[in-house]
Write a protein that binds this ligand. Structure first.
Ligand code: NAD
Length: 476
């Protein structure tokens, strides 16, 4: 595939490409241009030239492009989902869901884009005061590989609806679906240069997006450490930043919870996308009195998850996406085993069998009785491994839940209104679920507190993050 710059499929200035591997088989799925700083500069130039016309358009005309693109994406969801599964690894059902999610996000911003056009202040003595909302200009978008289509949708939907132009960098292990989605937006009427996709490494392409003085805002999703580097690189040009970073979401299961529902909540909340979700359940706290029953039920559900190639029927969990992530997850499990931190109740190893061949498979893993100071709780475990501890009550649960440098999501499972009131008030997180986890419709503002990030995406207020106010005071 080619990059997309100024409406054209282009090779990298370097003339080089990099392969994209299927994590289930190790086979090469495709290749993408090995872009670098010069490619970003070309994209910034194109985005700058496109900005005037695009930002001057009637919002309805911009919105129509999102609408037509959403229709086309949904029409081609199986083809796009297949590509996503091939490069990312997730089961095809999840991949098609994600592609449909991208379409939902575009439609949401289509519907919103006629709103939020500023305000009028009736200030006697100052004349007529209008607060206009103007697009920022060129926006940089840097995205990870775990949910590439959804995260691209969050950034692109809001930025385009607000009248900005974009330079987007996908992750190197899942760039292909993003390129296709950008091509579909162009086919739906996006003028050349409004959305540019530059593929290549974070060290070159990503850093140039963060540094380039022509870019007014960077929206970055990825690890907290990378987010810090992006903030440092963006500081000299004083860019606006949205940082969507890591998470270590706690899930608290109280003694009055609907246990079967909570078990299903863990299965989806932890093992969806092979556990590679920023808001996955990463720390499980269960009240002592129900712990035995909970572990028994959960163990049998975890062991029933069928692991395999995401394209195969009946597969509930695919491989991890990349070797570095695989090494990190297996390293954390080995470290816990060596230090005797908890009991591996299910999984804890790679699956056996020829069909797993060169794939990056790891069994869904449940580790019970994990000490509170274990690295399994303090580090973000970005894979299908769930550490669990028992707790004596709500005070302890909230203390432990909040004892993390992250604050992305959290959930509490109970039917007690007082517990719900306290937990939703005291949990330090950008999103708190009650009797559910991981659900993020396009209408809901999404982002973290503490080291999970700065700013919000998704929801109507995301449009504000892609605009700035201009006050106009008119005396006649
Ligand atoms: P990552 O930080 O390694 O990479 C993210 C993106 O940044 C990639 O495109 C990468 O190439 C690029 N990059 C790498 N170094 C860079 C640099 N110095 N400057 C600019 N760009 C650079 O993260 P990842 O491994 O792709 O994704 C997993 C992480 O993302 C997890 O921590 C997860 O929790 C987090 N995440 C957060 C959210 C959220 O919304 N909060 C959503 C999904 C994933």
């Amino acid at each position: 595939m080619k990059m997309l710059i100024n409406g054209e499929g282009r090779d990298a200035v370097s003339g080089r490409v990099f392969p994209v591997h299927n994590p289930a088989t190790g086979e090469v799925v495709g290749e993408a241009p090995l872009g670098g700083e010069d490619d970003v500069r070309a994209a910034v130039q194109a985005a700058g030239e496109a900005f005037g016309d695009w930002s001057a358009k009637n919002p309805r005309d911009r919105a129509k492009v999102l609408f037509f693109a959403a229709e086309e994406v949904r029409r081609r969801n199986t083809e796009l989902g297949t590509l996503l599964t091939a490069e990312q690894g997730k089961p095809i059902r999840e991949a098609v869901d994600e592609i449909n999610g991208f379409a939902n996000i575009l439609e949401y911003y289509y519907a919103l884009s006629a709103g939020e056009r500023g305000e009028y202040l009736d200030l006697r003595g100052y004349g007529h005061t209008i607060v206009r909302r103007r697009p920022l200009g060129i926006c940089g978008a840097i995205i990870p590989w775990n949910m590439p289509a959804i995260i691209m949708g969050w950034k692109v939907g809001a930025a385009l609806a607000a009248g900005n132009t974009i330079v987007l960098k996908p992750a190197t292990t899942a760039p292909l679906t993003c390129i296709r989605l950008a091509e579909i937006l162009e086919g739906a009427g996006l003028p050349p240069g409004v959305l540019n996709v530059v593929t290549g490494p974070g060290e070159t392409v990503g850093r140039e997006i963060a540094r380039n003085p022509g870019i007014r805002k960077v929206s970055f999703t990825g690890e907290a450490g990378t987010g810090r580097q992006v903030a440092l690189d963006a500081a000299p040009s004083l860019k606006r930043l949205t940082l969507e970073l890591g998470g270590s979401d706690p899930m608290i299961v109280c003694d009055d919870a609907d246990i079967p529902a909570a078990v299903e909540g863990v299965i989806r909340g932890r093992f969806y996308n092979c556990g590679q979700v920023c808001t996955a359940v990463k720390r499980l706290y269960v009240y002592d009195s129900i712990a035995d029953e909970f572990v028994r039920r959960l163990k049998s559900r975890v062991e029933a998850i069928v692991v395999g190639n995401g394209m195969d029927r009946g597969v509930g969990m695919g491989p991890l996406n990349n070797r570095a992530g695989f090494a990190r997850v297996t390293g954390l499990v080995d470290a816990a085993r060596e230090r005797d931190e908890g009991e591996i109740v299910a999984g804890g190893r790679t699956p056996e069998g020829e069909e797993y061949g060169r794939g990056l498979f790891f069994l869904p893993t449940l580790i019970a009785g994990v000490p509170h100071d274990s690295v399994l709780f303090s580090e973000e475990v970005f894979g299908p491994v769930l550490p669990m501890a028992t707790i004596s009550g709500l005070d302890e649960a909230l203390d432990l839940a909040n004892n993390s440098r992250y604050g992305l999501g959290a959930s509490v499972w109970t039917r007690n209104a007082e517990v719900i009131a306290r937990a939703t008030e005291e949990l330090e997180a950008g999103i708190v679920w009650v009797n559910q986890h991981l659900r993020i419709p396009p209408e809901v503002p999404f982002g973290g507190t503490k080291e999970s990030g700065i700013g919000r995406e998704n929801g109507s207020r995301a449009l504000l993050e892609y605009t700035e106010e201009k006050a106009v005071l008119i005396r006649l």
